[in-house]
Design a binder for this molecule. Structure first.
Ligand code: FAD
Length: 376
């Protein structure tokens, strides 16, 4: 057992830590308030090699291990969960199926440019009536002699207003199971719908997208007809571990702010942190943060070693996101009125953290699936 990070992992953590201190934290409040996609920072994250971390060097990635990736994700989320949500979408779900199943055209024209941060990708699974239950997807693809025709409506598509291409889950007229399609957004019939006003991660734009008779060539099928769910399982554990790392990032930001405030805010002649009520809050937050952080790294380690990790990735995501929400809630209480003021960042952490309860599977769904893993 070795709990020490390698030199490379420490170096990656430090690089992202410094970038977040210097470039992200000073802009995080503005990203949230303006509700604008942070293009410039997104490109800078691309220049750091983040989008290619989980892909091998022979396709332009850096071949980093998942622990290094989680450390980078945590740092980005510590600075701005909006930026981190947009960047993780690009580095994982938005590009994975292109890497895994794309032909030379898709890889050279889109994938390689996306992991450089030059093009932006998104994923379309959710529909108005299909959220946790993706078997409810009704987007339909007609299989023709020359390719495919896609019709349907998607919602909650991260980065949709700025994407160059989408990965779309749909049913085909010749198979009951889901298939995955590559869809450049400049094709006729791809229509951007309304942008959803959100409680948190407001700088990560989320919109509806619809498809009206979108013609796709044969090579835009990613994987096999009906193979969508199986393909998704290849990356699901990593998505959950990554979402857990996002949770650790926002929780760390809230915890750090609350600790500092507890040391400096004077009431009744003493720093509030000297009162047992506040001290116990900080202790509880620290216990949750440390245990969640270590469990997430454990799940990443299992993944790295290619050991079974289905249940552990769910535990990591469930526990880290629930802890993050509790930590942000407790931080808000430590700040009291200043935790309620829009000019202080604690309210943003509190709002942003709600996202971690949903992305990568809701807590209820994860508990049901963990229960199943227990043989119940
Ligand atoms: C900020 C943000 C970004 C997103 N980005 C994307 C994206 O890029 N692409 C994409 O495809 N989707 C995206 N989503 C959508 C997300 O994946 C879905 O919101 C998620 O799958 C949950 O679906 P739902 O919101 O429809 O909730 P529902 O599935 O309708 O669930 C509602 C409630 O019922 C509970 N529930 C559902 N089924 C069960 C059950 N069997 N037993 C017990 N409880 C149950 C849920 O836990 C939840 O509490 C995003 C969501 C958010 C908030």
């Amino acid at each position: 057992m070795d709990f020490e990070l390698s030199d490379i992992q420490k170096q990656i953590q430090q690089t992202f830590h410094e970038f977040v201190e210097r470039r992200v934290i000073p802009r995080a409040q503005e990203i949230d308030e303006k509700k604008e996609f942070p293009h410039r920072l997104f490109h800078e994250v691309g220049e750091l090699g983040f989008f290619g971390m989980r892909y091998p060097e022979n396709v332009g990635g850096t071949g980093s291990d998942i622990t290094s990736y989680c450390l980078a994700v945590t740092e980005l989320a510590r600075g701005s969960l909006s930026l981190a949500a947009a960047c993780t979408m690009q580095s994982l779900m938005g590009t994975f199926f292109l890497y895994r199943f794309g032909d030379d055209e898709i890889k050279n024209k889109y994938f390689i440019e996306a992991i450089r941060g030059k093009l932006i990708g998104g994923i379309c699974m959710t529909e108005p009536n299909a959220g946790s239950d993706l078997s409810g997807i009704i987007s339909m693809v007609n299989v023709t002699e020359n390719g495919f025709i896609l019709n349907g409506q998607k919602t909650w598509v991260t980065s949709a207003p700025v994407t160059d291409f989408l990965t779309v889950f749909a049913k085909t007229d010749n198979h009951e199971q889901l298939s995955i399609f590559f869809v450049p957004t400049n094709l006729p019939g791809v229509l951007l719908g309304k942008t959803i006003e959100k409680l948190g991660v407001r700088g990560s734009l989320t919109s509806e997208v619809s498809f009206s008779d979108v013609h796709l060539p044969k090579n835009y099928l990613l994987g096999e007809i009906g193979g969508g769910t199986k393909s998704m399982l290849e990356i699901l554990a990593e998505i959950r571990i990554m979402t857990a790392a996002l949770s650790i990032g926002v929780a760390t930001a809230a915890y750090n702010e609350a600790l500092e405030y507890a040391k400096t805010r004077i009431q009744f002649g003493k720093p509030i942190g000297t009162y047992q009520a506040i001290r116990m809050k900080l202790a509880d937050m620290s216990v949750q943060l440390e245990t969640a952080k270590h469990y997430v790294l454990y799940a990443a380690w299992l993944s790295e070693k290619n050991l079974p990790r289905h249940k552990e990735s769910m535990i990591a995501k469930l526990y880290a996101s629930e802890c993050a929400n509790n930590i942000c809630d407790q931080a808000s209480r430590v700040f009291a009125s200043y935790g309620f003021a829009m000019e202080y960042p604690v309210q943003r952490y509190f709002r942003d953290a709600r996202f971690t309860l949903i992305g990568g599977g809701t807590s209820e769904i994860l508990k049901i699936n963990i229960g199943r893993e227990l043989g119940l």
